[in-house]
Design a binder for this molecule. Structure first.
Ligand SMILES: C[S@@+](CC[C@H](N)C(=O)[O-])C[C@H]1O[C@@H](n2cnc3c(N)ncnc32)[C@H](O)[C@@H]1O
Length: 160
């Protein structure tokens, strides 16, 4: 219920329910707002009397993506530098919308193309290595929907 920094002249440094914010901190809201939260049963009191704001799951969208991501390498790689598909999906989700076109011009084993397909994006894959193209073809043809039977075949052949 409180945050760093002391309010010198303001309501967020005032007493609320017989309590001042701890030294060097201020109430996140002024006491009348805190009181309203309490009335709405939105404050939880710890065993030693510390108030905490209740936040329900549907009130927040979750934690923002942080700068450092931890993903394990693909567990059974089909290509030496294959990336973790969950990491690729995260990049696609945060940087494109459905039906957008995803281009991976160093597609390796086609992880990005698979992720893009699964997320409803269109895609183009390119790689200079025959091994990469083979690995990509294998990966995509093993997907539930055989991509080489429809439009993807055309896009893909252009890159071979
Ligand atoms: C790090 S790998 C990509 C791995 C891929 N993200 C995966 O999950 O499988 C980089 C790829 O770039 C390809 N590559 C490097 N230089 C290239 C170039 N000039 N044109 C096309 N492909 C290239 C390599 O053959 C290699 O397959």
């Amino acid at each position: 219920m409180h945050a760093p920094g002391e309010t010198v002249n303001g309501a967020t440094n005032k007493e609320w329910r017989g309590m001042k914010p701890p030294k060097g901190r201020h109430w996140r809201s002024e006491p009348k707002v805190l009181e309203q939260l309490e009335k709405e049963d939105l404050i939880e009191w710890s065993a030693n009397g510390v108030p905490r704001r209740k936040i329900y799951v549907d009130e927040r969208n979750g934690k923002k993506k942080q700068d450092i991501w931890e993903y394990k390498d693909a567990q059974y790689p089909t290509y030496p530098t294959e990336k973790n598909i969950e990491m690729i999906k995260s990049i696609i989700l945060t940087s494109s919308n459905e039906n957008d076109l995803v281009l991976d011009c160093f597609c390796g084993s086609g992880t990005t193309l698979q992720a893009a397909q699964q997320l409803g994006r269109r895609w183009i894959g390119i790689d200079q290595s025959n091994e990469a193209i083979k690995a990509t073809q294998k990966r995509l043809s093993e997907m539930e929907q055989d991509l080489f039977s429809v439009n993807a075949r055309y896009q893909f052949l252009q890159s071979v």
